[in-house]
Design a binder for this molecule. Structure first.
Ligand code: ZN
Length: 258
């Protein structure tokens, strides 16, 4: 057995704060999000710097399934690289920088166009938690319409003003729905973010399929509050992270160590 396997499979935790570990877990989160259907060629994930809250890490412009620690670039909150880099960046990185600026509690961000969500997005139907794990997405989520705010658009969020407007729409929620575009999700850690992304996608799919079958009996606000009150680590979070990691390991597709 590879001596590193135990390390690869260890679960992310709040105690994870070494820069190398955060970078490895961010690369792992990219691959998990791809493997679980949250992102495809597009979509991106970032993590706030564990020691410098005014900085964050994000991959160079690359398909999430391929991201490795050496692809990660360190940005300030204006989404400018801290060190000169010739790696092409994601054009939408301001989404991340502006949310970190507006929300000190947010430690990780994902922007995606997951297939599970797109029927809701294009019909402007609200996300409704229909099963208990769907509570992680929250209730009464805000919408953000780039065209209504800034005129006709290619729907890429590239200017700081656009990123700040999106962050303002997010408010104190953990997800914001983007008309004709996708979803942006916040997390209190990388694993919290990944759990929220994966299970809100599952819920969105259940919601959509259930609407075809009959009337939905959704969670109440109290149910959602009870199900999402613990923003920290739970055994469920760790069980999920280990499960997602072993699924990559079976395909021999864990990110390489630098
Ligand atoms: Zn996008």
């Amino acid at each position: 057995m590879d001596m590193r396997e135990g390390t690869e499979l260890r679960t992310a935790s709040k105690e994870t704060n070494s820069i190398d570990e955060i970078k490895y877990e961010l690369a792992l989160a990219y691959r998990i999000m791809a493997n679980e259907g949250v992102v495809d060629t597009f979509g991106h994930v970032s993590a706030r710097h564990p020691e410098r809250p005014d900085r964050y890490f994000m991959s160079r412009s690359r398909a999430p399934e391929l991201v490795e620690p050496n692809d990660l670039v360190e940005y300030d909150l204006d989404s400018v690289p801290v060190s000169p880099s010739n790696l092409a960046p994601y054009s939408e990185r301001v989404i991340h920088g502006e949310i970190y600026k507006a929300r000190p509690d947010v430690m990780a961000v994902c922007h995606h166009h997951a297939e599970a969500f797109m029927p809701l997005i294009v019909t402007k139907r609200d996300y409704v938690p229909v099963v208990h794990l769907g509570s992680v997405g929250g209730q009464d989520l805000p919408w953000w319409d780039q065209r209504a705010k800034f005129g006709d658009t290619n729907y890429l969020v590239v200017n700081p003003e656009e990123g700040a407007s999106l962050a303002e729409a997010l408010g104190d929620k953990m997800m914001v729905l983007m008309n004709r575009h996708g979803v942006t999700v916040a997390g209190t850690s990388l694993i919290d973010l990944t759990f929220r992304c994966v299970y809100s996608c599952r819920n969105a799919e259940f919601q959509r399929l259930a609407e075809l079958s009959g009337e939905i009996d959704p969670l109440s606000q109290g149910d959602v509050d009870a199900g999402s009150s613990d923003g920290g680590m739970t055994t469920g979070h760790m069980r999920a992270w280990e499960h997602w990691t072993v699924r990559l390991q079976k395909d021999n597709w864990l990110p390489p160590r630098p």
